[in-house]
Design a protein around this ligand. Structure first.
Ligand SMILES: Nc1ncnc2c1ncn2[C@@H]1O[C@H](COP(=O)(O)OP(=O)(O)O)[C@@H](O)[C@H]1O
Ligand SMILES: [Mg+2]
Length: 252
């Protein structure tokens, strides 16, 4: 059975960073094949994975509005184009959603997409969705269940409150979440008692157990500046070791 993992949290908290570290982890554990979905309009997961994106789903959706080649249905066309949009790497594929529908959305395209995703999903052991702040893409892709939901926060009181609200958002979207946790990223070490009190308060008042804390990491900054893939980061790098420990705990 394919397991769906999703990341959520406001902009800049580390969703894409943690997504890349999670792919690194799943590859290291042989938990493949993985489908990584970049569901942020401002796509950049590919950069952290050392990949170049060609076609995005947003572009495919646009094409579906126009004339079809003869002898092909829109569903078949969507399916063909989604396969073209998949960037294949060792152990995983990457699908980039790109720009959302603007005004004048061709909504049937989303139905075609949902159908294609249903076909595609079964090919993978894990599907990891790196979301933007909202989670509309999940419903567009017809992902109705999240097996593992990571809510990421920065180490601020308001950030943690936002994380708690995001965790509560999945209900109205009619997405079933099986397991969720809070990860607080870029935490100064040692974490202050005030921050820990705030985290504990959020954790106990929402059904959002603490997955763990991640430190601010100079290695991540260097890796990004050098344009090197996060998949090349070794498990001996402190932030990677801490992230792997969180994944070990939460995914098992
Ligand atoms: N633990 C960390 N240590 C150092 N830099 C980090 C850490 N987590 C994220 N960053 C940096 O913060 C910025 C935003 O992170 P990103 O993962 O893109 O956030 P999001 O996807 O939630 O918008 C990036 O430049 C990233 O390299
Ligand atoms: Mg991101």
């Amino acid at each position: 059975m394919t397991k769906i993992i999703a990341m959520a949290g406001k902009g800049g908290v580390g969703k894409t960073t943690i997504s890349a570290l999670l792919i690194n982890y799943l590859l290291a554990k042989g938990q493949t094949p993985i489908l990584a979905v970049d569901a942020d309009a401002n796509a950049n997961l590919n950069e952290l994975l050392g990949l170049t994106v060609g076609l995005t789903i947003g572009q495919v959706r646009k094409e579906l509005k126009g004339d079809m080649p003869p002898n092909i249905t829109r569903d078949q066309y969507m399916e063909m184009k989604v396969h073209q949009a998949l960037v294949e790497a060792k152990g995983f594929d990457l699908l980039t959603m790109g720009q959302p529908d603007g005004p004048g959305c061709y909504c049937a395209a989303n139905q075609h997409l949902a159908m294609t995703m249903d076909h595609l999903a079964g090919n993978y052991r894990y599907i990891l969705v790196d979301n933007e702040a909202g989670m509309e893409h999940l419903s567009r892709m017809n992902l109705r269940t999240i097996d593992y939901f990571f809510v990421i926060s920065d180490p601020s009181a308001r950030g943690i409150l936002t994380a708690k609200r995001i965790a509560e958002l999945t209900g109205p979207l009619r997405i079933e979440v099986k397991k969720q946790c809070l990860v607080v990223n870029r935490v100064p070490e040692p974490a202050s008692p005030e921050l820990m009190a705030r985290i504990n308060e959020a954790v106990s008042s929402a059904d959002l157990p603490l997955g763990g804390l991640l430190p601010a990491s100079p290695e991540l900054v260097d890796q990004e500046l050098a344009g090197r893939s996060y998949l090349k980061l070794d498990a001996s790098v402190p932030v990677v070791a801490k992230a792997f420990a969180i994944f070990d705990q939460f995914l098992n």
